[in-house]
Design a protein around this ligand. Sequence first.
Ligand code: ATP
Ligand code: MG
Length: 412
Amino acid sequence: MTPVQPVRGTQSLLGEDADRLATVVAAFERVRRLYGFKRVEVPTIEQTAVFARTIGETTDVVSKEMYSFEDRGGESITLRPEFTAGICRAYISEGWQQHAPIKVATHGSAFRYERPQKGRFREFRQLDAEIIGSGEPQADVELLGFAEQLLRELKIEGAILKLNTLGDPETRSAWRDALHEHFRSRASELSDDSRARLERNPLRILDSKAHQDWPVVDSAPVIDDFLTDEAADFFGKVTQGLDAAGIHWERAPRLVRGLDYYRHTAFEFVTDRLGAQGTVLAGGRYDGLIESLGGPQTPAVGWAAGIERLAMMIEVPARETSRAVLVPLGERAEAAAQRILADLRRTGVAADMAYRGNMKKRLSRANDAGAAYVIIVGDDELDRGEAQVKNLATGEQRAVALDDLTAAVIAA
Ligand code: ATP
Ligand code: MG
């Protein structure tokens, strides 16, 4: 029979690779609590309209990457490509509005039909943080503080916060017109992809990954020339807040977000360590999104980060080790060892049992498991109510009363 295969672009991880993901999530959970973000859970599947209406038909995510299917009832369902839209749907349909403003965070799988490559998968994992119902620039500052502290705790060095504003709707539409004009006049120099975006979403050309587009992008008009006083004032308050909090940032006047719903603050934390996938965390303010889902006008700001991309950049996580490994010799010893093992674990001591192989093999397994002690239980020792405790670091071995075993392996 042909052996079964995984779905393209999915991952199955054992040991260190899985530990890396867990380490990123643990840091996220720690910092989330420090910043007072509530944990939320949202479904993996939503009605397709939730993503089509928010992310925008002209983005790659909606036009090429969505995992959509018809369910048995004929409804169009999509596996979430990101969290924001689902959280906003819940904000509207689950009455979360009554708690506004809310600071919420979650993490889990996201799905995009992409060409798999290093750091790019079809099922990947994201961290996500959102502040919904708050239009104050302080919300942007707090959210960026969360992101910066997370990256700092993960010791991801060289991640730089690139910051831009997309202004208010008035600013954005004036800038959009100017960009449209600029790119149209040089359309012949643009890549096919960018020419296709020209009419529907000229902002996205700024985001182009095609080298051919870069000279045209570099000479494109910058948003500063179009900022209304209100928009400039908002951006000024965000940058002042960041400076006051000691968060380093760099202005990136052509930074836009791939998704259509952003206003005001847009940002990415970028590194040069992952080649083409240099963005490790990205987000911005999306004051228009909840309305586009049929909810009330609601200001909101958020970010998402790819867990796999962060996991590639952290140090090797500390191995999970057993404090003690039991080696029972003989049948009676095995029963006694089960008891000792259960007692150790109930007391909160990580312990394991080597129940196969000769003595030498079992001792070397205990060593590999990083154990500090081996507890050898033989029939003769049992008759005396004792077991042998071997300190693997010093090689010293001594008899210990069964009642004192826990204390003996806890002691340094
Ligand atoms: P890219 O430009 O790399 O395609 P994106 O703009 O599509 O990224 P976002 O929609 O902003 O990415 O998603 C936020 C984060 O999720 C990214 O910064 C990245 O770390 C991660 N991410 C996005 N797509 C993938 C994927 N296919 N595999 C792994 N991680 C991903
Ligand atoms: Mg993408």
